[in-house]
Ligand binder design. Structure first.
Ligand SMILES: [Mg+2]
Length: 215
């Protein structure tokens, strides 16, 4: 039974859409402009900007303090989970993969509480065999040990596994280090890394899974 490893944010779940929705409401509540929304999206760096530094930058740009600062910290800490939805194409593709004998396991960098809330809130929990979160694992992508841990958690060999993700360095670089095949979700970007490359490129997660399952 082959192992199907999948990134969470902006792979299984559209974190970018959830963040945009929050940014629009946040800026709108402060009579902000489209430029403010664009600034929030840019400064968030798909969630890679450390949350405390990001919060400070927002407070400074919008001249906020007091209760607004507390509410902002809470929003950022909760990771827009309430705004995340699961594209029905994803569980459809995952069911098809499982029917074909694949074992899907989430491999995600982040805090355990936040990532598990996303998996449960969206109902993704019932479509995957399990998950490994970097905070609990003590190692993060692209370290190959997190892929080893995912394989061990499923009781399967890493050999023959595939990785699906949107991050070149973390997901595809990690798959490269682990010696497994990968599909990169381009999200409108071009592949520029020369040291390694994905085995395939896909428009979205369901398309990537379909590519792997139908070979
Ligand atoms: Mg991602």
């Amino acid at each position: 039974m082959p192992l199907l490893l999948l990134d969470l944010d902006n792979t299984l779940l559209d974190r970018a859409a959830a963040f945009r929705s929050w940014a629009e409401d946040f800026a709108g509540g402060l009579d902000g402009s489209d430029a403010d929304v664009a600034w929030l999206i840019e400064a968030d760096r798909d969630g890679y900007e450390p949350r405390e530094a990001f919060a400070r930058a927002i407070l400074e740009r919008f001249g906020l303090g007091g209760t607004a600062a507390i509410r902002l910290a809470d929003d950022l800490h909760r990771g827009m989970v309430d705004r995340m939805t699961l594209d029905p194409e994803v569980p459809r593709a995952l069911t098809q993969a499982r029917d074909a004998g694949w074992v899907p396991v989430v491999v995600t960098n982040g805090t355990t509480e936040q990532q598990e809330r996303k998996i449960r809130h969206t109902g993704l929990e019932s479509s995957v065999a399990g998950w490994v979160v970097s905070e609990s694992a003590g190692v993060a992508k692209p370290d190959r040990r997190i892929f080893d841990l995912a394989a061990r958690s499923a009781g399967l060999p890493l050999l023959g596994a595939w990785m699906v993700g949107d991050s070149g360095p973390a997901d595809i670089g990690g798959a490269h280090r682990a010696g497994i095949a990968s599909v990169w979700l381009h999200r409108g970007r071009s592949w520029t890394e020369t040291a390694f490359a994905p085995s395939a490129i896909a428009d979205d997660c369901a398309g990537a899974i379909d590519h792997i399952v139908t070979g």
